[in-house]
Design a protein around this ligand. Structure first.
Ligand code: NAD
Length: 276
């Protein structure tokens, strides 16, 4: 049996994967995380998974003023510090202020998930009376992610470490039918490429990856009639929508020391949709 013990150059001496048990690498023990859009849906489930994996300080950023989920998390994880920040990610000023506040409170932030997003509910782009909806979707789904990235990047650079995970979508890769959503597709494709761009720019001090969910059971797609949803699921090789919990492994992986050499990647969790 040959073992891999080649000298590959300048690895930091205390690099965790050199000695840790593989399962331990997936743990987030003692890390501090921020999740945008964490009041419900995918963001809530990611927050819960991070606490289960050992995150000791968690901040949720959301504009919904719905802190029911946070109360549940506090009851479930009484030893963790769990904070809720009311902030609209469309506002560069609000995002800067809130991230600075969390940094002051937590001292370090190792994990940031830019996940807040909205759907395009308006149908065909050519039929839109004005540009308001286009601008709103781009402002939340792309500019909101950019505002977060810019501010957390400064902290990661200062710390010399950090993992930024951005929620893209399978819509970054394909065009969904029959429910048309051009602005959403464009915003998510932008997130995908922002992730790659920042991964290159930040490689010396941080990792940046994206996750592209397929059809996931949350309130985001409640506006879509059942007959259209049934077409979606029939086009999905798995034949069904995903549960938000089925995304958690991907978010934990990118946040953890199991992915120290993974940056600029996108992980599709889409029941096989984009493979057809
Ligand atoms: P959701 O509507 O259940 O949750 C979204 C959360 O984001 C809400 O708590 C909402 O208040 C918050 N939010 C929205 N706009 C905000 C803003 N301007 N500022 C602060 N918070 C804001 O939706 P979800 O399905 O959990 O979506 C989470 C992410 O996953 C989104 O980026 C979405 O585009 C993406 N996504 C979802 C699906 C799906 O099928 N559900 C598929 C692919 C990608």
């Amino acid at each position: 049996v040959s073992v891999c013990n080649k000298d590959i150059g300048s690895l930091p001496a205390a690099f965790p994967f050199l000695s840790a048990n593989i399962l331990e690498l997936f743990l987030l023990t003692g890390k501090h995380a921020v999740v945008t859009g964490g009041a419900r849906g995918i963001g809530y489930v990611i927050s819960e998974a991070y606490l289960q994996a050992g995150v000791s300080k968690l901040a949720i950023i959301d504009y919904s003023r719905n802190d029911e989920g946070i109360s549940k998390l506090r009851a479930e994880f009484p030893k963790a510090t769990i904070s809720y920040y009311d902030c609209d990610v469309r506002s560069a000023e609000q995002v800067q202020k809130v991230i600075e506040t969390i940094h002051e409170e937590f001292k370090t932030i190792e994990i940031f998930v830019a996940n807040a997003g909205i759907a395009w509910t308006s149908g065909a782009l050519i039929e839109q009376p004005d540009d308001a909806e286009w601008n709103n979707v781009i402002n939340v789904d792309l500019n909101g992610v950019y505002h977060c990235a810019k501010n957390i990047g400064k902290i990661f650079k200062q710390q010399g470490k950090g993992s930024l995970i951005m929620t893209a979508s399978m819509s970054a890769h394909i065009v969904n039918v029959p429910q048309l959503q051009a602005a959403y597709n464009v915003a998510k494709a932008g997130v995908l490429h922002l992730g790659k761009s920042l991964a290159v720019e930040w490689a010396p001090f941080a990792r940046v990856n994206t996750i592209s969910p397929g059809y996931i059971a949350t309130e985001l797609s409640d506006f879509v009639p059942d007959d259209i949803k049934n077409i979606w699921y029939s086009l999905t090789p798995k034949g069904r929508q995903g549960h938000p919990r089925e995304l958690c492994g991907a978010y934990v992986y990118f946040a953890s020391d199991a992915s120290t050499y993974t940056t600029g990647s996108d992980l599709r969790v889409d029941g096989g949709y984009c493979s057809v």
